[in-house]
Design a protein around this ligand. Structure first.
Ligand code: LMR
Length: 420
């Protein structure tokens, strides 16, 4: 045995990418991938958005197109536009110059930058509160930089609804100045978002207890097809003016522009509007310089291609219109697949209730299937889901939905019988 690295233990594969690898290796021709959150068209194929195709052509043909380094902060037109997409064209925070934006390696990179930045500079409590359950990667992103990770109740499994009471109670009992990671929309994995009224209560309680909200926005436009609607909680948090801490936003364009592998994203630090410009401006410069240092020491400067595509879409009226149509194409196909799966399960008389499938929103449905059921689905039917029972509804289509409904029916009945 080597005398070096004696403490290294082999880890199990990543839950999502490990699942993807098993799916790829599966030889069954009728296998179905409801695992990783990536949009598929009605033939189960990856979809290059028409807006992206057009933007790629426009960009490549444009004068001065090149593959030079970006600045450490990223592509300026992208930074400006991405802040407007998430905060709104008429954002007061942007108008007042209260926003520091930095390009990131998609949403994960934005979260990592946020974690590293907060760990070093946040004077509040270094405990991160994540929803229970949450996206598997959240935990290790924050724990790997030394944060204490805790959780707030979110999914009430018994009633398949939001545990608002538990959520608010944890906000109240957490040490003042804790950090709360909030899913801006299309909660991953449950597909369950608070209502507008519930958001108001959540944000007010966070404000009352001096916590710092960190929004993870990976699905803007996917929940409702409407970019503004899906950003509403973030905009409310800023506008209400009740939150006295800075607000951090980690923004991904992987899903809503379908550029998963290009790693397009940003972190936006929104400083309190109550602070006056004379104190805010030097602080903004300091924050920017520290984000630059983190970026430079970790990956030097961000990748250019995806950011240029997104900026091309956002600065061209025609392409932007096309993108908004593309978002509707994706979100409405997912909504129709939710309805179809529910309809077929009800038609089969599958034990249980299935309203939650259509009540949930975004890419995922928290089906309520147990880990045993999920394992049987994979082994006996070639239907791949995360063990938590989360299904990526984007993997359903007209050709495989009845196979999936029948497979769900079989595994549910199998375990119901074995309990008797
Ligand atoms: C997912 O949850 O499936 C996606 O966000 C993909 C990923 O990176 O985990």
């Amino acid at each position: 045995m080597s005398k070096y690295f004696t403490e290294i233990k082999e880890l199990p594969p990543d839950p999502l990418f490990g699942l993807k690898a098993r799916y790829v290796a599966d030889k069954r021709t009728d296998k179905v991938d409801l695992g990783i959150g990536a949009y598929r068209d009605n033939n189960g194929k990856p979809w290059i958005l028409p807006a992206v195709r057009k933007a790629e052509r426009k960009l490549i043909d444009s004068e001065g197109y090149n593959h030079e380094y970006l600045s450490i902060s990223g592509y300026e037109p992208f930074l400006e536009q991405s802040a407007k997409v998430i905060l709104g064209e008429d954002s007061q925070a942007i108008q007042q110059g209260a926003v520091v934006s930095q390009q990131s390696l998609s949403g994960t990179g934005a979260l990592h930058l946020a974690a590293a930045f907060l760990k070093q500079f946040y004077a509040g409590t270094h405990t991160i509160y994540l929803s229970k359950p949450t996206w598997a990667n959240h935990n290790q992103i924050f724990s790997s930089v030394g944060f204490k990770v805790d959780s707030y109740p979110y999914w009430d499994a018994k009633n398949k609804k939001l545990d608002l009471e538990g959520y608010l109670a944890t906000i109240k009992s957490a040490p003042r100045g804790s950090i709360f990671v909030l899913h801006a929309c299309a909660h991953n994995p449950t597909g369950l978002d608070p209502t507008a009224q519930e958001w108001t209560q959540i944000l007010q309680t966070i404000a009352d207890h001096d916590h710092l909200p960190l929004f993870d926005s990976a699905y803007q436009g996917f929940a409702s097809g409407d970019l503004n609607k899906d950003a509403a909680p973030i905009r409310e948090a800023i506008k209400a003016g009740t939150i006295s801490s800075p607000i951090l936003i980690c923004q991904s364009f992987a899903k809503n522009v379908g550029m998963y592998g290009e790693r397009v994203g940003a972190i936006h630090v929104v400083l309190p509007l109550s602070e006056n410009a004379s104190t805010r401006d030097p602080l903004k410069k300091a924050i920017k310089s520290q984000l630059n240092k983190l970026t430079r020491s970790e990956f030097s400067n961000p990748p250019a291609y995806g950011a240029k595509i997104v900026a091309t879409i956002l600065t061209d009226n025609e392409l932007r219109k096309q993108w908004q149509e593309d978002l509707i194409t994706m979100s409405s196909r997912i909504i129709s697949m939710r309805k179809e799966l529910k309809r077929q399960l009800e038609e089969l008389g599958t034990p249980g209730t299935w309203d939650h499938i259509t009540n949930q929103t975004g890419m995922f449905s928290f089906t309520g299937l147990s880990a045993d059921m999920v394992a049987r689905l994979e082994k006996n039917h070639g239907v791949y889901l995360v063990s938590s029972g989360r299904a990526s509804v984007a993997g359903l289509n007209e050709h495989n939905v009845s196979k999936v409904a029948k497979a769900f029916d079989e595994v549910i009945r199998h375990f119901a019988k074995s309990k008797l």
